[in-house]
Design a binder for this molecule. Structure first.
Ligand code: GTP
Ligand code: MG
Length: 208
């Protein structure tokens, strides 16, 4: 894949403030601190597009980013171009913070996932170091009820030796009741899985 452009479009909280539908959208969801914003930055091949933090709960709004990407032909030339809008969501399962605010985030994510007409796919990121949690399994089960493509990304696999990664990904898939090939290993730190994820995203939104 050849990245042509990546830019921030808008932040939104309520349905009223969502940007007008444009390119097909992919929502990035997962527990706080799992590496959603870092994953978007890796896809954008830049550090500062989405805000990353060691403190969980950094992303508090829906953040929309517009991407243009071209496929690479066998000879390395530019193939068909795709436009995608990737949406960085606040994390679920953030333990601290006021209850009312937590409920607000939950409904902000829920409303977006169930009511956004231009949404085509859902990336659920799970911590490939820690392994998927009960909240991730619940999220995957919820995602199965939606009419969107589902992609699971296991982040931070750089924390494990190469020889252990395949076993971890198999375990994650079976815990989430998915086929092994539905789980992609990823590392923002070492830029592992970036091209594979791009191919999967383009396929999932099915743009010509
Ligand atoms: N080793 C390693 N650390 C990572 C990776 N991806 C993210 N991190 C670290 O994990 C922490 C959280 O990353 P974020 O990208 O901010 O996570 P997030 O899911 O967007 O978090 P919230 O916005 O709080 O929900 C940061 O300290 C990152 O540097 C990775 O692939 N490998
Ligand atoms: Mg974030």
């Amino acid at each position: 894949m050849i990245l042509l452009s990546a830019q921030f479009l808008a932040s939104a909280e309520t349905k009223k403030s969502w940007p007008e539908p444009g390119a097909p959208e992919v929502a990035f969801c997962g527990r706080s601190n799992v590496g959603k914003s870092s994953c978007l930055n890796a896809l954008a091949n830049q550090h500062g597009l989405a805000r990353v933090s060691r403190t969980p709960g950094r992303t508090r709004l829906l953040n929309f980013f517009d991407f243009k990407i071209s496929e690479k032909t066998r000879s390395g030339a530019r193939g068909p171009t795709h436009e995608l809008r990737l949406v960085d969501l606040p994390g679920y399962g953030y333990a601290s913070g006021p209850k009312s605010e937590k409920a607000g985030w939950g409904s902000m994510i829920d409303t977006f996932l169930t009511e956004r007409e231009s949404l085509r796919a859902l990336v659920i990121l799970v911590d490939g170091d820690l392994g998927p949690q009960e909240s991730d399994r619940a999220m995957v089960d919820f995602a199965r009820t939606l009419p969107h493509q589902l992609i699971v990304v296991a982040t931070k696999i750089d924390k494990h030796s190469k020889s252990r990664r395949e076993g971890l990904l198999q375990k994650a898939a079976s815990f989430l009741k998915l086929d092994r090939d539905q789980v992609l290993g990823f590392s923002s730190k070492e830029k592992l899985g970036v091209d594979e994820l791009w191919h999967t995203l383009v396929k999932a939104v099915g743009t010509p």
